[in-house]
Design a protein around this ligand. Structure first.
Ligand code: ZN
Length: 179
């Protein structure tokens, strides 16, 4: 692997460094792997970039088709279940939807959706109020989406990013949920 650039100060540098390497940045870990020197990865993500580039960078981090989500899809597929993805007509556009079972799964990033008690859910020290407000909005929206779905007769499972590491455990919870 090519050694990453030492300074990431401008969008132009970022583009140059990533030209052709990564058509769209899909996850924080992708950003880390492609561009971040080690000293940079020790800072909280929010502190790694100058403020004027932060929102641009954050906007590039898609929360769709993430690695944890792919793992859930793969496990569900291996079990032989048929599913649809990100159904726009359902509250919160659940990530994986099993129409015949009226079952929906949200695959949540531990940080963005504030997994209770998870170490990945710690809030950056810099601009703490900003992050607190932003993340609380996410949590609020999540609760509302689950309520809206259950009111319509759907059953809902939240799979946390950190719960997708062990495929056997993941497969077990999918089976229990979809049985
Ligand atoms: Zn977690």
């Amino acid at each position: 692997m090519k050694s990453p650039p030492r300074v990431i100060a401008t969008k132009a540098r970022f583009d140059k460094a990533n030209r052709g390497a990564c058509r769209s940045i899909r996850s924080v870990s992708c950003v880390r792997m492609r561009i971040a020197p080690t000293w940079l990865t020790r800072l909280p993500l929010a502190d790694r970039f100058p403020p004027e580039h932060r929102s641009w960078l954050m906007s590039r981090i898609s929360q769709k088709n993430t690695m944890p989500e792919m793992k859930v899809r793969k496990a569900a597929h291996a079990l032989g279940f048929r599913f649809r993805l990100h159904r726009k007509d359902l509250p919160g556009k659940p990530d994986v939807v099993f129409p015949s079972r009226k079952a929906a799964i949200f695959v949540h990033g531990c940080f963005w959706h504030q997994h209770p008690g998870c170490r990945k859910a710690s809030i950056p020290e810099t601009r703490k109020d900003f992050w607190l407000a932003k993340l609380q909005r996410n949590v609020h929206r999540d609760v509302e989406n689950v309520e809206a779905l259950t009111t319509r007769g759907w059953k809902v499972l939240i799979v946390w990013e950190c719960e997708t590491r062990d495929t056997d455990i993941l497969t077990g919870s999918l089976l229990r949920f979809l049985r």
